[in-house]
Design a protein around this ligand. Sequence first.
Ligand code: PMM
Length: 292
Amino acid sequence: MSGPAPLLAERLRLRGGRSLDLAVPAVMGVINATPDSFSDGGRFSAPDDAVRAALAQLEEGAAIIDVGGESTRPGAAPVPAEEELRRVLPVIEGLRAQDPEAPISVDTSKALVAKAALAAGADLVNDVTGLRDPRMAEVVAAAGAGLILGHLRGEPRTMQRNPRYDDVLAEVAAELAAARRRALAAGVPAEAIAVDPGIGFGKSLEHNLLLLGNLHRLHPLGPVVVGVSRKSLFGALLGRGLDERLAAGIGVAVACALEGGARLVRTHDVRATGDALRAAWEVHRRREGFGA
Ligand code: PMM
């Protein structure tokens, strides 16, 4: 790419005129209210437990809590909207009742679920499918909510079976750009849109690593979000099991924030990831010429 580097977006607009401050890379805490999620499935199937865990993550420094009711792990079966709502709504309502200010995200690809979750108090929709549901963008626009557009190739059930790209960096950027144009056309303001390369969503180990090493390719599209926490790329790369991926997840999150300009890191391990990001940022921002 030629010309000056685009200015890194440092805020993300949420519902009700509020916004997330992303001047320092921030942490999105994960609450999966699912019996079968990839890494923390079953822990939070009781809504009270999930609300308690979310409040603890806010205490630990999470800037926003991402509540999900449909597992997107490779091979996962789709969940009907009614079941997804039964899982996420009590958590969003409970968290909103306990903390009127807490920024809340709903991790869903269904417009129906997004609409109910926004009405229950969510501020942002995290759509890992990048607007597959044709009504998603209008739901987000009508609520004045924030939107994370994720990239996914294929369907969760089959996406990891031999994913292929001619040029993964160009194709992911182009598909996210197309989703962003659809969001803008539906009335979602540019300031409310963030993008995520969708690590593990229809990508080989090499695709994932290339995307993580070239996040600058997504900067023109808005603040960049990444989720690598406990993911199977670390199993493939290091041979580590699910419980042994914390250090790798933190290391890559820090690299993505400092070298790749990622502004929001989605993680199950809020305190450890947030500490690492904040400490590394204090070193980074003292670099000669920083911000020039
Ligand atoms: N990964 C998962 C779920 N939601 N959302 C965003 N924006 N980015 C991600 O990488 C992402 C996501 C799957 O991981 P989990 O089942 O461990 O939560």
